[in-house]
Design a protein around this ligand. Sequence first.
Ligand code: NAP
Length: 279
Amino acid sequence: MGAPNSEAVAGPTARRGPTVDRSTSSPSTRRVLVLGGTAEARALAAILAAQPATTVVSSLAGRVADPRLPVGEVRIGGFGGPAGLARWLTDHHVDAVVDATHPYAARMRVAGVEAAATARVPHLRLERPGWTAQPGDRWHRVPDMAAAVRDLPALGTRALLTTGRQSLGMFLPVTGVWFLARVVDAPDGPLPAHVRLLRSRGPYTVDGELALIRDHRIDVLVTKDSGGALTEAKLVAARRLGLPVLMVDRPAPPDLPAVVHTAEEAARWVDGLPPGQPG
Ligand code: NAP
């Protein structure tokens, strides 16, 4: 993970340092910070980077070792909480913030709203919709990860666990269940014998998910309600095989002034903002 307040940057147009040189931008270029780490954030960065009147900076937490980088300028690492982000917005003359972080990035979501209010910068939340159960689905919805840990043993004995590295530790004490834990990066330290790690990153196909489930004799799927097409195939596979799905609900959202669901809608919102101020 990146250090708080780190100014690590990446990408062909990356810049270093706490201040922004506006000399290469036109006087009315709008500067947009995209809080990223999702496919939607990358899609938005690509749209905004193609607009001459907009400069886009994408921010990543630095959670994964080899992140998919968006087009344009990228900074990596935490800001040091809402106050640090507010400072960053002011120091970097940001004209608007689009929070396109993952639906389960609960802290960043709140920090983005608070920081934008402090820095008096317009804020938009870009969040993909959750999944909707289809006929034949056997979903067991739970409000949080602790409830998933509690309910899992009643649903199966061989789990495909896709809730990510950060929640893996909560499942380790569960007894009577064997885990195939699919993660992007391996967690630190050894894992107990009843957990097998599968390092991989989507997108996934239905055929691939069917094979994975059959090969490991999986009888229950544990997942967040991440939404989107990239990781949906596991739900289709579970439906076809009649498997129960333990679905961990999204954290309750903060009070958000403006929310859209697609990168195109977010780009239109940016387009409707007043032009950037001369630096
Ligand atoms: P989180 O719990 O809401 O955030 C924890 C801290 O990480 C934040 O307080 C912030 O540190 C830093 N942070 C988070 N997102 C950041 C960003 N885009 N840019 C800079 N700093 C960021 O978030 P998380 O659940 O750990 O997710 C971290 C990142 O992974 C996010 O970018 C998210 O979009 C992506 N992601 C998360 C999930 C998931 O299931 N949670 C899945 C896929 C991708 P400071 O307080 O120091 O500013």
